[in-house]
Design a protein around this ligand. Structure first.
Ligand code: PGA
Length: 254
């Protein structure tokens, strides 16, 4: 596969400093041989500085789980792209469904974050995905297109080299209910086709599309064997070093 796989851990609101240290000490040697894939860990903000220090010189990079689009200002409780860069963070998850649905972030705010991340040299992992109601209504592909169009409006094609997309069906996140391989491939193919139409076929061919939603050691190989799956974004199964290292060291079936 020409596209370099990305395997990302989203720890959400889990892990103290001590737990972050214990995880990385165990995990880094387990994945040290995996040089042909990008490995990312997104700890909570409080553990970013420690994690960035612990992974220095390794093949693991640190991502933030969110950011505010502005550089500074009266935004109580928020963290800016400059603050993230300052810590050595190079990636940021944007538009995660928990941000959209639990914290009410809309397409425009997500778009501002994508643009700001790119402007500040951070690589956004743009999350998109339909709810169960939207899937049942047959609206999955139109929801994905709307989210992509809104988030990427006005961004010049060449700037997208820094972008990764994560397709995460909301009904599969944290539920133990993974989308079927046919559902995943259909959604990923349509995302890639959207890029071909909105930009061009070379961008579509290069853009990396991750799947997220109840990824586990037991299903990662089948997911990674799909033509248009270029990686995974993992929540629950990324919290233990054994489990996440097995996911990083996936062996695509077939
Ligand atoms: P999950 O979460 O792996 O626990 O389903 C995925 C995510 O929210 O990114």
């Amino acid at each position: 596969m020409a596209r370099r796989p990305v395997v990302a851990a989203n720890w959400k609101m889990h892990k103290s400093l001590g737990e972050t240290r214990d995880f990385l000490r165990a995990f880094l040697p387990m994945v040290a041989g995996a040089r042909d894939r990008e490995i990312l860990v997104a700890p909570p903000f409080t553990a970013l500085a420690l994690a960035a220090e612990l992974v220095r010189g390794s093949n693991v990079a640190i991502a933030a789980q969110n950011m505010h689009p502005e550089e500074k200002g009266a935004f109580t409780g928020e963290v800016s792209p400059i603050m993230l860069s300052d810590l050595g963070v190079r990636w940021v998850i944007v538009g995660h469904s928990e941000r959209r649905h639990v914290f009410g972030e809309g397409d425009d705010f997500v778009a501002a974050k994508v643009r700001s991340a790119l402007d500040h040299g951070l690589r956004p992992i743009l999350c998109i995905g339909e709810t169960l109601e939207e899937r049942d209504a047959g609206a999955t592909l139109s929801v994905l297109e709307r989210q992509l169009a809104a988030a990427l409006a006005g961004i010049p094609g060449p700037d997208l080299a820094g972008l990764v997309v994560a397709y995460e069906p909301v009904w599969a996140i944290g539920t133990g209910r993974t989308a079927t391989t046919a559902q995943v491939q259909e959604a990923h193919r349509s995302v890639r086709e959207w890029f071909a139409g909105a930009f061009d076929s070379s961008i579509a061919g290069e853009i990396r599309i991750l799947y997220g939603g109840s990824v586990k050691p037991g299903n990662v190989d089948a997911l990674m064997a799909l033509d248009d799956v270029d990686g995974v974004l993992v929540g629950g199964a990324s919290l233990e070093a054994d489990s996440f290292s097995r996911i990083v060291n996936f062996r695509p079936a077939g």
